[in-house]
Design a protein around this ligand. Structure first.
Ligand code: PHE
Length: 348
């Protein structure tokens, strides 16, 4: 058979196979097959001894050129595979130049923020922070606050009663406190005078919820008892609070109001920040927003706690907390606070 043709066939076959190779392991197999000691090429070369010398020369040259050609093709192929592998590993790798993913961090709930800020202001005015129980005896929630059993004021605070909760040897019944005021009675009963406390905490009312009402909400109670405390102290304290919390431009309005545990009683309103007192949706067109009930501690309440009402007097107030950030930020629905919607909460 024509050796030149044979060589050419081997070359074509080798280059074609090399072209199809996509992985390193196949390259190795290809090298053994076409360039190793047992390759067809080596076989042909060994058979050259039978060929006349003149012809042997030209065939030797051809086969050397062919060997060189295959080697060059092999190097090119190896480089190609290397590039492919690099590109592939780059696909799986982390691109350190990409911006990081945002890790959302929890933060303090707007109502808690308000509690901390308000308590901080009262602390600065000399008040101590105490906390009470959310589950309370009706004795402290009502009776000790001058709201006896058949008093109509019990009905104005729709109460969650605890099933079967009663105190042995008393007629006390357990409830979820409807306001933070029971801590007035408890503190007066157990703490030496003078008293200056604020009590932040959750309170509960058996009410339908809407944009301005919740069955669970937050109050901060304030109480000061000492010799010679007057209504002027109450006004001065709350004026100072409003000024520090809302800024110097807001007006404070005191109007008479009734609560069984204070006498005289008042309601505090702050001029509406949203309309500047002109009247708008948020303030119900009145220009004012009520933030608190307050008054001078009723002498009967002092006496029930064992305090001599001829010698001592006190003032008390109860701030509704949810409203306070509502006014500041123009939040229109109180239910947003506890809906668990992070789109709302992350704004604060
Ligand atoms: N406890 C009253 C309420 O929840 C508010 C209040 C507190 C009024 C202290 C007077 C004095 O409505």
């Amino acid at each position: 058979m024509d050796i030149k043709k044979q060589l050419n066939d081997v070359r074509n076959q080798a280059l074609k196979e090399l072209d199809d190779i996509k992985e390193n392991t196949d390259i190795e197999r290809w090298r053994v097959r076409y360039m190793g000691k047992k390759s067809q090429l080596a076989e042909i070369m060994r058979g050259l001894s039978d060929v006349p010398i003149e012809m042997r020369k030209t065939i030797g040259a051809t086969s050397n050129a062919m060997k060189a050609e295959l080697e060059t093709a092999l190097i090119a192929k190896e480089q190609e595979i290397k590039n492919l592998e690099l590109a592939k590993s780059a696909e799986d790798a982390i691109d350190v130049t990409l911006p990081g993913r945002i890790q959302h961090q929890g933060h303090i709930h707007p109502v808690t923020q308000a509690i901390e800020e308000i308590c901080g202001i009262f602390e600065g005015l000399g008040f101590q922070i105490v906390e009470g129980n959310e589950v309370e005896w009706d004795h402290y929630n009502f009776d000790a606050l001058n709201i006896p059993k058949e008093h109509p004021a019990r009905d104005t605070m729709d109460t969650f009663w605890m099933k079967g909760g009663s105190k042995p040897e008393t007629d006390w019944k357990m409830l979820l406190r409807t306001h933070t005021s029971p801590m007035q009675a408890r503190t007066m009963e157990s703490t030496p005078l003078p008293i200056r406390i604020v009590v932040p905490g959750r309170v509960y009312r058996y009410e339908a919820t809407d944009a301005t009402h919740l069955a669970m909400f937050t109050q901060i109670e304030g109480l000061a008892v000492d010799e010679g405390i007057t209504f002027a102290d109450l006004k001065g304290t709350l004026n100072e609070f409003v000024k520090r919390f809302y800024g110097p431009d807001r007006k404070v309005r005191f109007r008479t109001d009734f609560f069984p545990f204070v006498e005289p009683g008042a309601e505090i309103a702050v001029s509406c920040a949203i309309c500047g007192g002109e009247g708008c949706r948020v303030c119900g067109n009145s220009g004012w927003i009520e933030i608190s009930g307050c008054g001078m501690v009723h002498p009967s309440v002092l006496e029930m706690a064992g305090i001599d009402s001829t010698k001592y007097s006190g003032f008390a107030f109860g701030l509704g907390i949810e409203r306070i950030p509502m006014l500041r930020y123009g939040i229109e629905d109180v239910r947003n606070y506890y809906s668990g919607d992070l789109r709302f909460l992350r704004q604060f």
